[in-house]
Ligand binder design. Structure first.
Ligand code: TXA
Ligand code: MG
Length: 324
């Protein structure tokens, strides 16, 4: 298949309308989208991504009034989140309406809804005339794409259109919040942080790690992983201990990389990304994973940060990327 690379939202929307898949920019990561009501188009998403059929998709809307079409009931907590954080890098889970095909929600009775703050994404949805079901535009399991070049690498020749836009502002996927219970529960941490939600929405909000009963099916799969081995580096001693054991084992030194905030690692690794702020760390994590794979890096050390604010989302993605 020939993949059109375009910056015309009109052309991209035309592709959605005729039942094709379109990759498009959002403020979190790039998505690969289809008309939510077109089961055939949605089924292509699962096929192309190699995505398990039991992992539901997020449905993207251009305006708040479209939420009522997709959801059976907008709970009081969801109303508050929508008011404070929509449009933005956040997704709410609500009971779904029958109008939404089962394939979109993996036959769950709930639906994930998000209104991106990216104007390009919203304009695409508007011109398409329908909400757009879209997961991240990568192969299942690999790091989410934060630029159109990443999308090209994974999906060129497999989808009909890539809508070109800027690099993603946040670089990590949206915060997913289950709003169907007594109080909201974070299923996937993101740039709208636990602290922000506790302050603005409800003090009782927690992040439920996906042990036990799986609420967010995507969380049980290994994610975000580059080909290189991912390790956490919490202090320099760990690194020295590692290189010593490599020496002792007389193993040839492998190409290694580091991403984090601490400048002291600058000259110690072949490929290094020192981030100025924690937001910068979040924004660059996935693109760094991809850069490392392109450079033949064998081990990526990620700096450990405290699981506060956006740090919770960064550590969540790093842990999921680690080979067990
Ligand atoms: O930022 C984002 O959310 C990006 C952009 C493209 O919008 N999208 C994204 O989609 O990350 P995806 O499919 O890669 O991740 C969606 C997550 C998965 O973990 C999935 O299991 C969960 O949301 N999810 C979707 N519907 C759900 C539902 N009804 N109940 C619980 N979790 C759900
Ligand atoms: Mg994904």
């Amino acid at each position: 298949m020939r993949t059109i690379l375009t910056d015309s939202i009109k052309i991209a929307a035309y592709n959605v309308k005729r039942g094709d898949l379109v990759a498009f920019p959002t403020e979190t990561v790039y998505g690969i989208g289809a008309n939510v009501f077109d089961e055939k188009a949605v089924s292509k998403i699962f096929k192309i991504k190699g995505r398990p059929a039991d992992n539901p998709l997020i449905v993207h809307v251009a305006s708040k009034k479209d939420i009522g079409i997709l959801a059976k009931e907008i709970t009081p907590s969801a109303k508050k989140i929508i008011k404070k954080f929509f449009p933005g890098p956040v997704t709410v889970i609500l009971k779904k309406n029958e109008i939404v095909p089962d394939i979109v929600t993996a036959s769950l009775d709930t639906i994930a809804i998000r209104m991106p703050s990216s104007k390009i994404a919203r304009e695409l949805i508007k011109l398409s005339g329908v909400p757009i079901a879209a997961p991240s535009a990568n192969f299942s399991g690999s790091p989410s794409p934060t630029s159109f070049q990443h999308v090209m690498k994974d999906l060129s020749g497999k989808i009909s259109c890539i809508l070109v836009g800027p690099a993603s502002k946040y670089g990590l996927e949206s915060t997913v919040i289950d709003c169907t219970g007594k109080y909201p529960v974070i299923l996937r941490p993101g740039s709208v942080t636990l602290e922000m939600l506790r302050k603005k929405i409800d003090k009782r909000i927690v992040f439920r790690k996906s042990t036990g009963r799986i609420k967010s099916p995507g969380q049980k799969y290994r994610h975000y992983a580059p080909k290189a081995k991912v390790k956490l580096i919490s202090d320099y001693r760990l690194r020295i201990a590692d290189s010593q054991s490599i020496k002792e084992a007389k193993v040839e030194k492998q190409k290694e990389a580091f991403i984090g905030l601490d400048k002291k690692y600058l000259n110690r690794f072949e490929v290094v990304k020192i981030c100025k702020t924690i937001e910068d760390y979040a924004k660059n994590l996935f693109s760094f994973f991809r850069e490392c794979d392109d450079n033949g890096v064998k081990i990526i050390y990620c700096q450990k940060v405290s699981e506060k604010g956006i740090g919770l989302a960064i550590m969540n993605r790093v842990k999921k990327a680690k080979h067990s």
